[in-house]
Design a protein around this ligand. Structure first.
Ligand SMILES: [Zn+2]
Length: 155
């Protein structure tokens, strides 16, 4: 099976921000509103496979993607998470980082030890964003990126 994060049809629908090395996409199975992913454009599976210029760009790009996800979710709190390996809950082999906007009484507001279990369960659920919803959400995220372009460039 081809990697979903390398399929242009999927990327076209789910991407809302990119630079030379990375792309921000909306999660097809969001655990909370604004649950986005940062993925390298190249198909790599491991963190160590990032090249030096990609490593340098990573935090820089992530800040921008987080800014947009936060504006969309109307919060400035978030988890930023890498799941490595099946036992950690990784389902897609293409390296990806979760941006999970957090709010006071969100569904992940559980004991720390329950957090990843709940997260994993929600991620694997059948609740998939419909094509129509995805188009609407991605277009909102893009318009946030455009509206705050100058501020984002400074991050
Ligand atoms: Zn891939």
């Amino acid at each position: 099976m081809e990697c979903p994060f390398c399929q242009s049809t999927i990327l076209k629908k789910e991407s809302f921000y990119e630079d030379d090395f990375f792309r921000a996409i909306y999660n097809l199975r969001p655990v909370v509103k604004g649950h986005c992913l940062v993925i390298p454009k190249r198909h790599i599976e491991e963190l160590y496979q990032l090249k030096e210029n990609e490593r340098k760009d990573f935090i820089y790009f992530s800040n921008k993607a987080i800014f947009i996800a936060e504006k969309y979710s109307e919060t400035n709190e978030f988890d930023f998470l890498l799941q490595k390996g099946e036992n950690a809950g990784q389902s897609i082999k293409h390296l990806h980082f979760h941006i999970i906007p957090r709010k006071k009484n969100d569904i992940l507001k559980v004991a720390k030890k329950e957090f990843l279990k709940t997260f994993q369960k929600e991620e694997n659920s059948d609740k998939v964003v419909s094509e129509q919803e995805m188009t609407k959400i991605v277009s909102e995220l893009k318009s946030i990126a455009e509206k705050h372009r100058l501020q984002i460039n400074e991050l």
